[in-house]
Design a protein around this ligand. Sequence first.
Ligand code: FES
Ligand code: FE2
Length: 442
Amino acid sequence: MMSQEKNDELTRVGKGTPGGELLRQYWMPAALSEELKGERPVVPVNLLGEKLALYRNEEDKLVLMDRHCPHRGADLCFGRKENGGIRCPFHGWKFDETGQCVEQPGEPEGSRMFEKIKVNSYPVKEVNGLIFAYLGSGEPPAFPDFDCFRAPATHVFAFKGLWECNWLQALEVGIDPAHASFLHRFLQDEDPKDSYGKQFRDTAADTDMPMTKVLREFDQPEIIVEDTDYGMRLIALRDLKNGSSHVRLTNQVFPCAITIPMSNEMNITQWHVPVDDENCYWVSMFTSYTDPVDKEKMREQRLKEHTLPDYAPIRNKRNNYGYNREEQETVTWTGMGLDINVHDQWACESMGAIQDRTNEHLGTTDKAIMQHRRKLRKAMKVIAEGGDRSELPLQVSDNEAKTIQGPIAVDAIGPTDDWQSCWKERDDARRKACSWDAEISN
Ligand code: FES
Ligand SMILES: [Fe+2]
């Protein structure tokens, strides 16, 4: 259990709060590239409690700036794009791509008032279908050499979904390896041939045992947590009682992401990005180590469950997540359909907008959650005291960033009395067969 004060500290994201200041030191996914594909590439971005406008200007450059005009607050997302900048339709004030006001056509001739008017603008970076933004002060950290960034665009698919809850409880479900045996339990196994683009539907490693069976029948994993340069490595060990153990390797990427295996073919790197204190997006890069990703199929699968332009889930608290009693008795543990994302969404949203941690009772299986909270607190302290940012995970220069690779996320099976190397071997084999990956040292 924790005090209300500590819970607030961990969960609030606004500018000036300890959590908000920490999260601002990291690149955050702000939008999918596909959101700017239309005829008018301007979208609102709600990120870390800030209301922003993101657009692609005539020179194809991405610009991210405050959404509300500093004159009288009109919405610049409806602005007129002009010469690289944007003009507010209300009284015509124009802002260049740095956010500097450069014209105020209604003001008297010779007025220099515009020189003192500037809105915030922020660095952005587009990688493999995602647009990242840096809302912090000073130089942003470099991007690590993660697989999702180094893979060619053909092998990465990006998507997102809106959850109506605080980002931390959304992230914490991803560093809780025990829940998959319950929340995502399938009472019957499906044909793994239909598993493309879905999580936990493949076979376990090279066996013919479906992952659904591993999770269902072996529901007391031993969990091992190790600190790494990017955050934490989580190992969930399931003794299959036949001399071998299932090893599931996942990661927490500091401060708000995870990298996990989705299938034998693909991994997911997923950020839990705060919209504000009570809403967040999961934003994922699905990275294939084999063939190019079938983006059309992956998108179609996900659009069946979401509405645009907000990427809001069709199953949500207003329709009880599509809960069906009969399904709960015969097909799934939750009765909320076959998309495991909905199960996670229910678990996180049902806690309330911000989980009341003054009332929780963490168990042994929550050890990664506890460790992550300690790391967050420690990092907040460094930021609040103006300490050395380079002490924090992933606050790296270009050169250091090149050495932070992977992170390895894999399902493997090894001998119960000697499982330690099986995940590395399985990852090595996958990388050797991978068209875009040269030998990787990790
Ligand atoms: S509100 Fe934007 S120019 Fe007046
Ligand atoms: Fe889950």
